[in-house]
Design a protein around this ligand. Structure first.
Ligand SMILES: [Mg+2]
Length: 108
């Protein structure tokens, strides 16, 4: 089934969606090409107050690498909305109290 996301903020509000986590490659972009429907969909999510973040299992790049990649495609996504497998692993280990990893310090 091919799902086409709505860009109607009212419909998104009615769906009572609290938050969405998107895989990036193949969902937000393919390679270096933005999927055309993404900007309008993210704008509708913002208008509806639906929190969104983006995830990747690619551990070779940092959150900032993805911020810059997305910015180059016209998508404004701060580091706090990018979840890499390295960040998820650190968070999980911190949750288990297996290791001490400081929360990242943000300049803003
Ligand atoms: Mg993917």
């Amino acid at each position: 089934m091919n799902m086409i996301p709505t860009t109607d903020a009212g419909s998104l509000r009615q769906a009572s969606i609290g938050a969405l986590l998107f895989d990036m490659d193949g969902v937000i972009y393919r390679g270096d090409t933005l999927i055309p429907e993404v900007p309008a969909f993210l704008a509708a999510l913002d208008a509806a107050g639906v929190m969104w973040s983006m995830a990747t299992n690619n551990a070779t790049k940092t959150q900032l690498d993805y911020v810059q990649k997305l910015a180059g495609m016209g998508i404004d996504a701060p580091e706090s909305r990018i979840v890499t497998s390295a960040i998820a692993t650190a968070s999980y280990l911190r949750h288990l109290s297996l290791i001490h990893i400081s929360e990242p310090t943000r300049p803003y």
